[in-house]
Ligand binder design. Sequence first.
Ligand code: CTP
Ligand code: ZN
Length: 163
Amino acid sequence: MSIKKDDKLLVSKIESGTVIDHINSGRALVVLKILNIKGNEGYRIAIVMNVPSTTMGKKDIVKLEDYYPNSEDLEKISLISPSATINIIKNYEVVKKYKVEIPSKIKGTLKCNNPTCITRKSNEPITSSFTLLSKDKIKLQCDYCGSILTEDDIIKELIGESQ
Ligand code: CTP
Ligand code: ZN
C-alpha cells in the first residue's frame, strides 16, 4: 500500500470546525489527549498520521468537526508541535489560518519537575513559571529553581504520565 501524496484523498473536507495541520509526525494522538478528546463525544474526528509534507517530511493532521480549541489548548499544542497550523472552517471554507506560537513565558500550564521547587509545595500558592530557552529542540527553564524541562518531560506531563 502506498501513501497518497494528498491527504484529501485520505479524508474528506469538513463543513465546520477545526483542522490542526502540520502536526509533528506521530503526535496526533498526543494532541487529542491534550485536548481531552476521547472519541466518545459524538462529533466527527479524522486523524491522519505520517503523511508526506513538503515542508516537514512527514506530518499528522487532526480534523475536528464543530470543535474549536481555546487559547490554553493552543499553548499546549505549541509545546509539543511548534509548527502546527490551525485552520478554522466555516461552510467548507478556511476562514482563519494561523500558526500556533510558543510563548516566551509559560505560566501555570506545566509543573516543575523538581520536587523541592517552591511551586510544588502545597502550602505555597505560587503559580509555576517557565522561560523558553530553545524553540528548535524545545527546552524550558523554571523561573524559581532553574530546573530544565525537555520535550520528553513536557509530553509526559501533558499526557498525564508524570508523578
Ligand atoms: N480542510 C478541510 N476541510 C475544509 C477545508 C480545508 O479538512 N473544508 C483541510 C485541508 O484538507 C488541509 C487544511 O484543512 O489539510 C488546510 O486547508 P487549505 O488551507 O485549503 O490547504 P493548504 O493551502 O494546503 O494549507 P497550507 O498552506 O496551510 O499547507
Ligand atoms: Zn522549579
